[in-house]
Design a protein. Structure first.
Length: 149
């Protein structure tokens, strides 16, 4: 990780920066969302309400270069809550410098501060570069994901 990387909670003042990073993240997955979803998601994240998503922003020399969204929730398989890392994005120009690892570790640390020992996430199979990092920092599970709309 670059020495000048800072990981901080996403705050109200970061709305525009957050939108730019999240748009890049969604573009990677070949999708886009309407402005109402951006405003609603950000508002929920800023609410501080239990059970809402939280977010972290990575900066290098004051420039935002990455984000993570995560959620603490109950599990039927343990007494303790678990942590779901829903979104992780690092600007392509700064990938390979340790920022993704730093964001994962920061989310896992936030979970540990709340008595949570497990952090999990999903990715698409074609995300080979991301999976190279994930294989280094976590254990791949045998689960598949299904959706019904």
């Amino acid at each position: 990780m670059q020495e000048t990387t800072t990981i901080r909670p996403i705050a109200e003042a970061y709305y525009e920066v957050w939108c730019q990073l999240w748009r890049q993240y969604l573009a990677f997955y070949e999708t886009s969302l309407g402005d109402e979803i951006y405003r609603t998601s950000f508002s929920r994240m800023m609410s501080g309400n239990p059970g809402e998503f939280q977010g972290l922003l990575a900066e290098v020399q004051g420039k935002p270069v990455g984000l993570a969204h995560y959620l603490f929730h109950r599990s039927m398989w343990s007494v303790e809550n678990t942590c779901y890392l829903m979104d992780l994005f690092v600007d392509p120009n700064t990938r390979g410098t340790g920022i993704g690892r730093a964001l994962i570790n920061a989310v896992h640390s936030k979970a540990a501060e709340n008595g949570i020992t497990t952090t999990y996430w999903m990715t698409q199979e074609f995300n080979y570069k991301g999976r190279m990092l994930y294989d280094q920092v976590a254990e791949k599970t045998p689960f598949l994901v299904y959706e019904k709309h």
